[in-house]
Design a binder for this molecule. Sequence first.
Ligand code: ZN
Length: 250
Amino acid sequence: MRYLIITDLHSNLDALDAVFQAEAENYERVLCCGDVVGYGPSPNEVIERMIACEATVIRGNHDKVACGIDDTAWFNESAERAILWTRNELTASYQTFLRNLPAGPWVSSNHEFQLVHGSIIDEDQYLYDDGDAYDALKAATVPITFFGHTHLPCFFALNIHGDLISEFIDETTPQSRTTIRLEEGTRYLINPGSVGQPRDRDPRAGYALFDLDKRTVELKRVEYDIEAVQQKMERKGLPEYLIQRLAVGR
Ligand code: ZN
């Protein structure tokens, strides 16, 4: 089975469609680690896509605020303005879709992998460093965990000897794809990077392809029409800071 792994779509329909088009022949199922909405201009359309492709989706912090499960206490000013706009824009049935999203971890039926938004221990925790990754990997009950939330493509691995390996994919490693070969006995935490609002200084949409049989995960990027999204955001009156950051990927 081949999976398309996506996270942090953030209402960016153009970026999401570019990913779907680039990989149309290359996966059978879609798995999403949350933050379907927030920041971007097309929340209803992005939810529509998730339903249409029968994606497995867990909730992110923006999804929780957009449907009223949480308040905006932890949001900065532009994130708050965008999420209040999103709340108003969402149809009643898509509000319900967000409210019904499960919290991570969502564990696959074969117990090979799981999805979380922030971390294994806490769905809202940001996983940036080796210490937090080590604690999370120690707590992992399945070999492979996909996560999001930081918008930074990276992976952490804890091998059979207890050694932690970590790698962030950023401007120092500018290749357009990175393949992780999954080894028996090693536990992994893998972030495909954000589809809709990358923050690693590469503005292209980030995602991963996971081949369970070949035991590989490819971290990939695809270009999309950023200007078209920026124009939509301007028309909807979304904050200038959010419009500008898409072009620089941070
Ligand atoms: Zn996010």
